[in-house]
Design a protein around this ligand. Sequence first.
Ligand SMILES: Cc1cc2nc3c(=O)[nH]c(=O)nc-3n(C[C@H](O)[C@H](O)[C@H](O)COP(=O)(O)O)c2cc1C
Length: 324
Amino acid sequence: MDTSELVSCVETATLAPSLHNSQPWRFRLTGDVVEVYADRDRQLDVLDPDGRELLVSVGAAVFTLRLALRRAGRIPEVTVLPDAGRPDLVAAIRPGPVAQPSPAVVELADAIEHRHTNRQPFLPKVVPADVIDELRVAADREGTALTIAGAASRTVITGLGREAERRLRARNGYRAEMGRWTRPAPRRDGVPAAAYGPWDALERLPMRDFGLVHAPRQRKSEVFEKWPTIAVLSTGGDSPADWVGAGQSLQRVLLVATRRHLATTPISQPVEIPGIREVLTDQRAGRFAQMVIRLGYGPPAPASPRRPITEVLSAPHTGNGGTP
Ligand SMILES: Cc1cc2nc3c(=O)[nH]c(=O)nc-3n(C[C@H](O)[C@H](O)[C@H](O)COP(=O)(O)O)c2cc1C
């Protein structure tokens, strides 16, 4: 595989979702290996003091890179956290054997460019059982579990989400951190006003209030769906490797959903308050909650910007040859 093809796969990987669009990743090409690093300067210290969501975000980029390589006709060979002495080296990925991508791989990879976090109200339309099954299988293939909330747990989870949002706002530094990641354009990271979505008029859903600090002049209030489809993504353990695995799984689930024309919103407030995350976790059953996902059918959502490849990739030909 030549360098320009590898660079193009890395560029695709940067389309992965990340907490507040922080894009906390760096890539380095060494020979034909792509090293994926966590960029700790981009960690959200107030919201994510343990760096769990940072590694979930980098994990999402790792999955996207794997899929881009599959689309380019190579089977990726991935080592997660290959060097205990370098904990920020999250993965080393080598393009392995040549293999023609199947139509399913191409379809899933084509969803990468179309997946955007959707914070609009969704239609009152049921997600069919076969689609739900596909999402569960997607999570399972990445060694995680996706649990779709029944009527009672849906009410509990949305309630926990609202309570988490309330507690987060009271956390020292929350507003300032939110302000830093929602500063108005021009910029290539953070959440742009066009992606905030409207207020939930009835305040039923735990939609994150990205307009808390830099409120758009005209923010509409709309009624959100009464019976949202809510899923919880869980892992068997709660180590950094599990967080990277959760990110890979999250992105696979989001892409399968996108391919099936579903709109998606990752909702992480309930897993950002330890006491609330505990309620969603069943340690004895080996289910650590990593993310809540809202699924449904909605209007199109805008793309959020990404930093240019020259900012995130160190490679001989970009002139950024150094260690990230
Ligand atoms: C770990 C993680 C946590 C996230 N938490 C939330 C959240 O609580 N609310 C929300 O609306 N979006 C959340 N997102 C979505 C990001 O804000 C989104 O991926 C980012 O702004 C980039 O936009 P895009 O997904 O449209 O490419 C989260 C994403 C990740 C990976």
